[in-house]
Design a protein around this ligand. Structure first.
Ligand code: TRP
Length: 369
């Protein structure tokens, strides 16, 4: 067998604009992976079908956010020359694969998926009734991953159960039908701060409904308002002279995730690096206002090039449309080829050739003897 190609597949549900949590936790990494030259293929799936599993009554929201998410991708530096961006609903092979894989998974196993369990609670499905499509979306995610022959799936920690289920499906499929599907591996962010950037209010996650996000497309005024108005610091640090805590202090969590020594040279030259700044804060004598002002500068320096790029792309939605159309057509070829391989392995590829006619003929004759 030829040497295994290194193929990346990852994706997002288009349910809102992407925020700083996405940037720190995944987008920045994707751009680095894209530019590392270490991968034979990089695919990013806009998982609009998966988004519909809990938004069936609101397809308009998904439609709007497809373009928002693509604009965010392009603005952070994902390059359609190197990365294939595609739309899930236009890849019918994924639907077919999902249907076959559903037979390889038990409902008991699906019920144990911790991410789905948590989401069921969060969305109130436990009381209202659980849409079967939502319950089964990990299987559709296994179809996404295997359809691209992905070897590496860069995701957040919350997605590990999906990769685990995918691996189980791959193992089971290959055992029953012969070696066909490629075994994927998850790749999660290296350090703690990248893994989970809290909301500005200190809540575990940025979420639209909590209003605690900083969006990549937010302007400088909005960022300032979020930081000065909502950002959680150290409740025990009342007076500037008081010693302060940097652990669990959102300003420092964000600085951990984003600031470099160069930022100090440009915006806060009293310190050479974040460690010196933190020491001063812990000792007492460094005010929250100064810290927030510095953070705002760091945020704006990070977001400015993204905002500028987005403004340019927004002027040319025709081109953006062509980019995802081309990416999707390419992905159709890839995923159709996998589906053909799968059907062949299952020997349900009846219309590829007429070989089955001979087989049926022989069987019918044998039955008469
Ligand atoms: N479930 C992922 C999320 O909510 C999105 C997703 C869909 C995905 N298909 C995927 C991620 C395939 C990785 C691979 O973020």
């Amino acid at each position: 067998m030829a040497e295994q190609k290194q193929i990346i597949l990852t994706g997002d549900r288009p349910t809102g604009r992407l925020h700083l949590g996405h940037y720190v936790g995944s987008l920045k990494r994707r751009v680095e992976l894209q530019n590392s030259g270490k991968f034979d293929e990089i695919n990013i799936l806009i998982a609009d079908d998966q988004a519909l599993t809990d938004n069936a009554d609101n397809p308009g929201k998904i439609r709007e956010n497809i373009i928002n998410v693509v604009l965010d991708y392009l603005s952070v530096g994902l390059d359609p020359e190197k990365t294939t961006i595609c739309v899930q609903s236009a890849l019918p092979a994924l639907h077919a694969l999902t249907f076959y894989y559903l037979n390889l998974v038990t409902t008991a196993r699906l019920s144990r998926n911790p991410t789905v369990k948590a989401e069921i609670q969060m969305r109130g499905f436990a009381d209202e009734g659980l849409p079967a499509g939502f319950f089964c979306y990990p299987v559709s995610q296994a179809a996404d991953i295997t359809a691209f022959d992905a070897t590496v799936v860069p995701v957040g920690e919350d997605q590990l159960p999906m990769i685990e289920q995918t691996r189980e499906i791959v193992e089971k499929f290959n055992k029953i039908y012969g070696e066909t599907l490629v075994m994927p591996k998850a790749m999660i962010p290296e350090n703690e701060t990248q893994r989970r950037l809290p909301g500005v209010d200190g809540k575990a996650k940025m979420s639209k409904s909590l209003g605690n996000c900083i969006y990549l497309s937010d302007d400088a005024k909005t960022v300032k308002k979020q930081v000065n108005g909502k950002m959680f610091t150290d409740p025990q640090h009342l007076k500037i002279e008081d010693p302060g805590h940097t652990e669990g202090n959102v300003v420092f969590t964000y600085l951990d995730a984003l600031c470099t020594d160069e930022h100090f040279g440009r915006y806060l030259s009293d310190y050479a690096n974040l460690e010196e700044m933190k020491e001063h804060y812990r000792r007492g004598g460094l005010g929250d206002g100064t810290c927030k002002k510095f953070l705002i500068s760091v945020l704006n320096e990070t977001l400015d090039p993204i905002r500028t790029a987005r403004a340019e792309w927004e002027k040319d939605i025709d081109t953006v449309y062509d980019i995802i159309r081309a990416g999707t057509l390419k992905a159709q070829e890839t995923t159709n080829a996998t589906l053909a391989r799968v059907r062949k392995a299952m020997r349900i590829n009846y219309f590829d050739d007429r070989a089955i006619v001979k087989e049926w003929d022989k069987m019918l004759k044998a039955a008469k003897q």
